[in-house]
Design a protein around this ligand. Structure first.
Ligand code: ADP
Length: 646
């Protein structure tokens, strides 16, 4: 890593703002030395001693300088005394240039004066303090200068901070604010990631492999008249391995690789982003063939002109415009390829995606069951695990997990095994890790009253019972009433990985989700706040059915979804008030129908529900087998999906 820094920053001017601090310090020290030049000084004393001298009649004259310092001149006789040995003798000098024998600061003038007067009176002396003002022009001048020096120091400090060059110690970043902040990986900095470390993602890997090929053997493609693409956009949910893929490209291509994040362009000064883009491309061209990788490009690539009102996105637009210009500007022979990653392709500006810029879009999706197995294989390599660990089982248990989640499961499992003092990581550790990642930490000592526990048990048993009865509801894996994270209990399913979903499937799932609240109603004739997350899920799903997927008869085959993301409906809805009412009615009807259906199902199977809940109360965790024992094999009560009449 040290090398990257060196590569980018080696030409910076040798300017060190610390000299300002140095000068200030030197002036200050010099001033101190000058001011306290030994010759002028008297010996040091303090007020108590001084008053004693006055009482003894040793003092010839007292000067009060600048209302702060007393200078004491002794009489000739006193000076000869042993007690005044430490004073500076002065009687040898001519009277005019006489220097004080003692000097001290007395603090509050008035108190000192009063005390002195009292001593003089008491001792009946003839001593009158002389008041003088001494001016020190140099001090005044320097004190006047100090604020400016401080101000300049603070300014330089802030500039250094803003140019992001806090690290490294050397100054000069004040001139670097418009320079690109990309990290450079090249021959000197080894990137160890290769395509072997990227599991699954066959399609995406093939595409990026081709990019590596373009850079290594451009002639192969250009001899036939083809043009080498300028950019590729990796699109996909977070944690699916986009960054990993880009890093693997760097590792494989062995060409200079500039890596930065979209937000690195953004700074509080206008014009800095654009200037950084220019600088980045300049550097990349100098080192071509090379790759520029921009992570989270949505930070700058968001569609322009959406918030025309706020006017605050000018700077981002300028940055984006500069990026577009640069991508247009370099010819196909410059051999610089830009790879960008985002998980929000829908909000990107259309201009970014037109041919000639990011002409390739590579989708990096959540892994399917086979890919999950491969990812497990990659991340299990460094672990000490039990011999016949069933990878198929693990990948079946982790639907919807991204590569990053799986990496996390493996790590978490190893930690759990270590905590339990095991020599190998076994299947149970993995299952615990999955539970922990989905549900959060187990909270065994959370205080729950027996009646709350009962309610939770019936709620979860309700989910389990309803989903057991419905054909399309996801099969249940386990039900638990051990509190975890923020939830008091959970029923876990193994959803089928479907690409298209039919309305019946959605309705069955909603019915199962409402099973918890329905069970509370059926058993206790009371409902509770415990169903919040179920209701949220169901409401979202019903709204999507009506307004996005066009699955409602009454609203019809239309959608209010806008994939371009160019229109964000703020206060204006794309439908009339009347339609809005219809939509609300439809959503509410769908949910109510499913709720009634769940209630009916549970009423019909009340005995089984009770049995299950009681088992759950004892065991706290039950699995599919327990359900089979109670219910027999899944009966599939395919009811009228519209639900029973009101
Ligand atoms: P993204 O950039 O898509 O948000 P990352 O590339 O940063 O995700 O992935 C985070 C981590 O997840 C990686 O460092 C890696 O450990 C793991 N990971 C993700 N996808 C895969 C994969 N296909 N194969 C192996 N590991 C993966």
């Amino acid at each position: 890593m040290a090398n990257e820094k060196k590569n980018i920053k080696e030409n910076k001017p040798k300017f060190n703002p610390y000299w300002i601090y140095g000068i200030a310090l030197a002036i200050f020290i010099g001033f101190q030395i000058f001011n306290s030049s030994g010759y002028e000084d008297g010996g040091i004393t303090n007020p108590t001693e001084f008053f004693k001298f006055v009482e003894n009649g040793d003092v010839d004259k007292v000067e009060i300088v600048n209302q702060r310092i007393a200078k004491v001149y002794l009489t000739k006789e006193a000076e000869a005394q042993e007690i005044h040995k430490k004073s500076k003798p002065n009687t040898l000098l001519p009277t005019a240039t006489r220097l004080p024998n003692y000097k001290f600061e007395f603090g509050e003038l008035e108190i000192f004066q009063n005390k002195l007067n009292k001593v003089i009176e008491d001792s009946n002396l003839n001593l009158e303090p002389v008041y003088i003002t001494e001016e020190n022009h140099l001090t005044d001048f320097l004190l006047g200068l100090l604020p400016f020096i401080l101000l300049i120091g603070v300014w330089i400090f802030i500039m250094r901070r803003m140019s992001g060059g806090a690290g490294g110690g050397a100054g000069g970043q004040i001139f670097n604010i418009g320079k690109s902040k990309a990290k450079l990986f090249d021959q000197n900095t080894e990137v160890k990631t290769t395509f072997k470390d990227v599991a699954g993602l066959e399609g995406a890997k093939e595409e990026v492999q081709e990019i590596v090929d373009f850079l290594k053997f451009p002639e192969k493609y250009t001899t036939l008249g083809g043009k080498i693409p300028k950019g590729a956009l990796l699109v996909g949910p977070p944690g699916t391995g986009k960054t990993l893929l880009a890093r693997a490209v760097a590792g494989e291509a062995k060409v200079p690789f500039f890596s930065l994040s979209g937000s690195d362009f953004v700074e509080m000064f206008v014009g800095v982003g654009a200037s950084r883009v220019r600088d980045l491309f300049k550097q990349a061209k100098e080192k071509s063939p090379s790759i520029i990788f921009i992570d989270e490009i949505d930070a700058i690539g968001r569609a322009r002109g959406k918030n025309a009102m706020s006017g605050s996105n000018d700077e981002r637009e300028n940055t984006l415009n500069q990026l577009l210009t640069e991508m247009d500007g370099f010819g196909t022979n410059t051999n610089v390829i830009v790879i960008a990653a985002t998980n929000r392709a829908d909000i990107l500006d259309k201009a970014l995606m037109r041919a000639g810029r990011f002409d390739r879009q590579i989708f990096v999706d959540l892994p399917d069951i086979r890919e999950r197995k491969e990812i497990f294989e990659v991340h299990l390599r460094p672990l000490k695990k039990e011999k016949d660990l069933d990878l198929d089982f693990l990948s079946r248990q982790t639907p919807g997990f991204s590569g990053a989640d799986i990496a996390n499961v493996c790590n978490e499992a190893a930690l759990i095994a270590a905590r339990n003092g095991k020599k190998f990581v076994d299947k149970q550790d993995f299952l615990d890790a999955v539970d922990r990642i989905i549900g959060g930490l187990e909270k065994k000592n959370k205080i729950i009253t027996p009646s709350e526990k009962r309610a939770v048990a019936y709620h979860e048993a309700g989910h389990a019972t309803v989903s057991w009865m419905l054909e399309h509801a996801a099969p249940l894996v386990k039900v638990t009433i051990v509190p975890r994270g923020r939830s008091l209990g959970a029923a876990w399913y193994l959803p089928e990985e479907r690409l298209i979903v039919h309305p019946e499937q959605m309705l069955d799932e909603m019915c199962a989700a409402l099973g918890g609240r329905a069970a509370e109603k059926v058993m206790f004739d009371k409902i509770s706040t415990g169903a919040l997350s179920d209701l949220e899920k169901v409401t979202k799903q019903a709204r999507a059915m009506v307004t996005i997927y066009g699955l409602s008869d009454k609203v019809g085959n239309l959608t209010y979804y806008d994939s371009s993301g160019q229109n964000e409906y703020g206060f204006t809805k794309p439908y009339s008030e009347k339609t809005a009412e219809l939509i609300d009615k439809e959503i509410s009807d769908i949910i109510e129908n499913q709720y009634r259906r769940a209630i009916k199902l549970l009423e019909d199977n009340k005995d089984k529900l009770t049995e299950l809940a009681e088992v759950l109360l004892v065991k706290e965790v039950i699995f599919k087998d327990n359900l089979e024992k109670i219910f027999g094999s899944r009966p599939f009560v395919v009811e009228d999906r519209e639900g029973p009449a009101k």
